[in-house]
Design a protein around this ligand. Structure first.
Ligand SMILES: Cc1cc2nc3c(=O)[nH]c(=O)nc-3n(C[C@H](O)[C@H](O)[C@H](O)COP(=O)(O)OP(=O)(O)OC[C@H]3O[C@@H](n4cnc5c(N)ncnc54)[C@H](O)[C@@H]3O)c2cc1C
Length: 436
């Protein structure tokens, strides 16, 4: 019976759902052995290092991932970075197919003067800082000022704003990294602005996230009722309102009508505001926004400006993939044709393939589509290209599934005693020793 070997690079949702799609496609005539490579000693990609700590239910998908990994034909090679510890050229000949599920981890730049000043961060640094990604533990997040500005109008911007605007006691029972939790407790930030270039009707926030805002216990959420009304009028004038937009406009209306409780902490939305410049002497001190308006459905710069004094600016305007040696990238994604990397036995799924869009579940249908193509392309005879373990340098401590289970259980056990879902270990050598 044909027994094919498939390598999956990246242990995020796309990687696990690819493994699941392969496992589901198996039959008496088609067997898959799956080797998953992950650069970190910890698994689950953005489910661990992206999803906000105050949204713990979303992380329960990790149980599905662990079930997938418990299959006897699944092997994990954690702490092995493809393109650095082992080259893609060494992987490809040993597998019938290689699926790149390496995500999209670099923040897009605003491209405005002052963006490099200390205190100007990308969500791609701030989010993994509070979520305990080992590479971002030392990010400098200035929390001494009373105001923060978030640039962007999607759920990542919203997560950043909420984490800064919540009373940190609300995060005490979460898996927020301990260094970040301590910094947030000491934070002076009381006002968080979220600025979007277009109108509320264009924002990429999703309505469940908007609807939870009036329920925040210690934070007033503010949007100008006129801004919501105008957005509604513009959307009506533009024709039939799409379902997503209608749901958002209704959520905005509820936020605007929600009485302010007079909390010390607030989150305030400013639309039609495009960042022009970040100013400061040695650190961020001010952000200058150009004021836009919408004319005949188009966003137009009015020439007016507005300044917000702040020491912390976080841009959340999208991600692109990090370069991996031996893999061709285009427009911030692995260069691909519906998931196939033409002329190779490489495929791609998830954010590495599509760019940073879609929720966790989107990667499941994506994986199913690409695995279908992969199976169509398989040679009748499996390659039998030899074992990969001989080419992984001996100096690299590989975290296998047993090792990862030990890390996972140790973190959960450390959390139980203090009423948290887990305490994340954030130092790589410490993670490796937990796996022993
Ligand atoms: C801040 C944030 C919050 C989000 N919140 C939600 C939410 O609440 N609900 C929701 O449904 N969706 C949410 N999403 C979206 C969701 O996280 C993504 O859809 C999903 O994680 C994409 O999966 P992926 O596997 O393509 O990428 P990732 O999750 O990024 O996984 C990629 C994996 O590849 C590994 N890797 C990268 N390069 C290499 C290499 N060279 N060698 C080996 N391994 C490598 C990475 O370490 C990582 O583990 C959020 C996204 C972000 C950024």
């Amino acid at each position: 019976m044909p027994h094919y070997k498939i390598a999956i690079v990246g242990a995020g949702p796309a990687g696990y759902f690819t493994a699941q799609a392969l496992q589901s496609a198996q039959s008496e005539d088609l067997i898959f052995s799956i080797d998953m490579f992950e650069r970190l000693p910890t698994m689950w990609g953005l489910v661990r290092s992206g999803v906000a700590p105050d949204h713990p239910k979303i992380k329960s998908v990790s149980k599905v991932f662990e079930k997938i990994a418990s299959d006897p034909n699944f092997r994990l090679f954690g702490n092995v970075e493809v393109g650095k510890d082992i080259d893609i050229e060494e992987i490809c000949p040993r597998y019938d197919a290689v699926v790149m599920c390496t995500g999209s981890s670099i923040g897009r730049k605003l491209g405005i003067p002052g963006e490099e000043l200390p205190g100007s961060l990308s969500a791609a640094e701030f989010v993994p800082w509070y979520n305990g990604h080992p590479d971002y533990v030392n990010v400098k997040v200035p929390l001494d000022g009373d105001t923060a500005v978030i640039i962007g109008a999607g759920n990542v911007a919203m997560d950043c704003a909420r984490i800064l605007a919540l009373n940190p006691t609300e995060l005490d029972s979460t898996d927020t990294a301990l260094h970040a939790l301590a910094a947030l407790h000491a934070s002076n930030i009381r006002k968080v602005y979220i600025a979007g270039r277009r109108g509320p009707e264009h924002a990429a926030f999703t309505s469940p996230e908007l609807r939870e805002l009036p329920k925040l216990e210690h934070t007033d959420v503010v949007i100008d009722a006129t801004e919501v009304h105008d957005a509604h009028e513009r959307a009506l004038a533009a024709g039939e309102i799409e379902k997503h937009t209608a749901a958002n406009l209704e959520a905005w209306r509820l936020i605007a009508e929600h009485p302010r409780a007079g909390h010390e902490r607030s989150m305030e939305f400013h639309f039609l505001s495009a960042p022009k410049e970040i100013r400061g002497n040695g650190r961020v001190e001010e952000v200058i926004f150009g004021i836009n308006e919408i004319r005949a459905g188009k966003v137009v710069d009015t020439g007016e400006t507005r300044s917000i004094k702040t020491n912390l600016v976080i841009s959340a305007i999208g991600y692109h993939s990090d370069y991996i040696k031996g893999v061709s990238f285009r427009d911030g994604k692995v260069e691909n044709d519906n998931g196939r990397v033409l002329g190779t036995n490489i495929y791609t799924v998830g954010w590495a393939k599509r760019g940073p869009s879609g929720v966790i579940g989107t990667n499941k249908s994506d994986a199913a589509d690409v695995v279908k193509l992969l199976i169509e392309d398989l040679d009748p005879e499996p390659k039998n290209g030899g074992d990969i373990t001989v080419v992984i340098p001996l100096s690299i401590p590989i975290i296998d599934q047993t090792g990862w289970t030990k890390i996972n259980e140790a973190e959960i056990a450390a959390g139980v005693v203090v009423g948290k879902p887990r305490i994340k270990e954030v130092v790589i050598p410490e993670l490796i020793s937990l796996a022993e």
